[in-house]
Design a protein around this ligand. Structure first.
Ligand SMILES: Cc1cc2nc3c(=O)[nH]c(=O)nc-3n(C[C@H](O)[C@H](O)[C@H](O)COP(=O)(O)O)c2cc1C
Length: 360
């Protein structure tokens, strides 16, 4: 019998969409802005995903949570993730996302956050035989010409095996790939992701399965790919402020950035995020990223504190350049690329409420 030897650098397919590597950047609410997705693609992710977008809020954007989902050509292939429990609203939302440029529609059935589950969406959709969930998947599949995928947890309760019923059901109504984060919703992010369940799901369905949860090194990525038979590994928290993790997986060697590289990458991230969110919102939004980036390289502890007191992105840049002066030249070299991104006026904007506190 031929052995299927898979490599992280393989091309693979979700329906008719070609994915250029087996590394997928996880959707993360409050993190997966366009700059994050673009960065992921530049460093080797074959597929990136938006954070979850509320289908329900479509008609009546709540000013407090309202944001814009921007889609630009250079982040493709891009999956846009939507959540909601109403088949018709989900079908309408999916159509809008496809009109805006989504290559894949992903449905969130993993979010454990009460604000989402109390509406019947997120991880609760796997309960009770996942019957309504299957109706949602079917409605979305029938509404759009692009592949539809589902991202789920093992179920709501600890030891739940809902994924084993829901996964094959979703595939039978047309889902073209599944992602499993094998923790219960109740666990949130405690304990470990049990990837023996990922292997089980792989054996139960004919569509590709993506493995999500605790994949924080290239050794782990290889091990999960080999032992579960999954089509791809999905990287979430490990890629926060650390695009070099994706690169190490692609190059199959350790990649340790020096201070200049860290600062140059962070400054680029800052500039792109300011362009996306505006200076005021971006400055607040970016604070958590500073700490994540400054874990790489060798920076004094005081730098992170200093950055948290600064009120504009220009001040943050100056403080970063003071800590790594040669990074200026690197950023200057990136300028042409940054300029080519322009003002973002060519991006498609989806005027949708997006969740800032979600999860999955
Ligand atoms: C801050 C944060 C936000 C998240 N938001 C989403 C989301 O919007 N949609 C989703 O399907 N999963 C979301 N997740 C779950 C991740 O996609 C991923 O499945 C989970 O973090 C496990 O992978 P990891 O161990 O590589 O982080 C989120 C996780 C985190 C940490």
């Amino acid at each position: 019998m031929a052995i299927d030897v898979r490599s992280l650098t393989d091309t693979w397919m979700i329906g008719n969409v070609e994915i250029p590597s087996r590394i997928v950047l996880a959707p993360m609410a409050g993190v997966s802005v366009q700059a994050f997705r673009r960065q992921g693609r530049r460093h080797g992710a074959g597929l990136v995903c938006s954070e979850m977008v509320s289908a329900c809020g479509l008609g009546y954007g709540d000013a407090r949570t309202k944001s814009y989902l921007r889609i630009a050509p250079d982040e493709k292939p891009l999956a846009v993730q939507i959540f909601g429990a109403d088949p018709q609203l989900m079908a309408d939302a999916a159509r809008m996302c496809v009109d805006a440029g989504a290559d894949i529609i992903d449905i969130n059935m993993g979010c454990p956050v009460r604000k989402v589950t109390k509406t019947g969406a997120g991880a609760t959709m796997l309960s009770d035989g996942a019957e309504n969930a299957a109706r949602v998947v079917e409605a979305v599949v029938n509404a759009v010409p692009v592949p539809v995928t589902v991202k789920m947890r093992r179920g709501e309760q600890n030891e739940s095996r809902d994924f084993a019923i829901a996964g094959p059901l979703f595939a039978s109504v047309g889902a073209q790939a599944l992602t499993l984060h094998p923790r219960s919703a109740k666990q949130m992010y405690t304990g470990h992701a049990d990837h023996s369940l990922t292997a089980e799901l792989v054996s139960l369905v004919d569509v590709p399965v993506m493995a999500s949860g605790d994949i924080t090194s290239r050794e782990r990525a290889h091990a999960i790919l080999e032992t579960t038979g999954c089509a791809a590994v999905m990287i979430g928290r490990g890629a926060q402020g650390n695009p070099w993790l994706l690169e190490s997986m692609i190059r199959d060697e350790d990649v340790q950035p020096d201070n200049d590289e860290v600062v140059a990458e962070l400054v680029r991230f800052i500039r792109e995020t300011v362009r996306e969110l505006g200076d005021q919102r971006a400055t607040h939004f970016l604070r958590k990223f500073h700490g994540w980036y400054l874990k790489r390289g060798h920076f004094p502890r005081s730098l992170r504190q200093e950055l948290s007191t600064l009120g504009t992105s220009a001040e943050v840049e100056e403080a970063l350049f003071a800590a790594a002066p040669s990074a200026r030249a690197r950023v200057a070299a990136m300028e042409a690329e940054l300029a080519a991104l322009g003002s973002g006026d060519d991006d498609t904007e989806l005027d949708l409420p997006i969740s800032l506190y979600g999860g999955g």
